[in-house]
Design a protein around this ligand. Sequence first.
Ligand SMILES: [Zn+2]
Length: 290
Amino acid sequence: MPLPALTFGPNATPRVSERFSTSTATTIPFVSYDNVTFHIERAKLERAADFVPPSTVTSSPTDPVPLSEYSDTLDLLFRFVDGEVHVHLDAVDFSRAAQLAEAAEKYMVYSAMTVSHLYMKGQAKEHAIRVFEYAAKHNHRDILDVAAPYTIGTDLHIIQSRVPASFILPWVTFNDAYQQIAQHCTDFLNYKRTATRRDHEEPDEDREEYVVQPCGLEADEEETWSWLSREVTHALLTSGGRALLDLDRVFTPEMLYSVEYCKYCDKTLRGWKAKLARQVEDVKAFTTFL
Ligand SMILES: [Zn+2]
């Protein structure tokens, strides 16, 4: 009985790419890791890349050149080599686009490198670790700075497994800057809302001093503030600090609504959010830690 055709890995049944199927005197055959052959024009390769095939191509032009990438990655890469103008990475899944980005760097296919660079930068929030890894490997400093904030709170051993050793200490220090903000997020609040009720004071001209005004939340004041404090702290700590990057989602409309009957409490809550935003803004870009 014949064995079923293998379609995956180095023992897959040999196939020829549909798009790059024509073999001529001027093409070089490349074979993907999963055994798909691509016939690529030598002149186009020379124009598109510093492509250095890992084989003795010049001595025997017809010998297929084995590459370590899968066929779906090479299919994308060779479309760039072929000069296709509109290769839309948004239409492919992230993992495949990330593999293209690596292959583009490896074979120096310039057009694919440019497109991949932009694409990966755009994926920094969604796929922070993978993008950070790519940027670290190829020293794309602009992407490092965009992706790094979205990696905060990640387990150190994950970071260690993805980036060169020289990035570890800078990352730990960078991450710590955010963790400190998250840990101390109630400091401003405690300062404003101490026993002296500083946030409810108004200047009294007759007595030439500040006088504490009644709170519009009345009996609900303490309960409201301990709820607010709990919610914000919880959001920051359970997100590993990443919630600091989107404070509009930490300070929900429900929270703002809860203090609307007291202009002093309202101001304190908004001041708290603004203070956190300033602290986050003050953290320097990741590459300054390198
Ligand atoms: Zn109040």
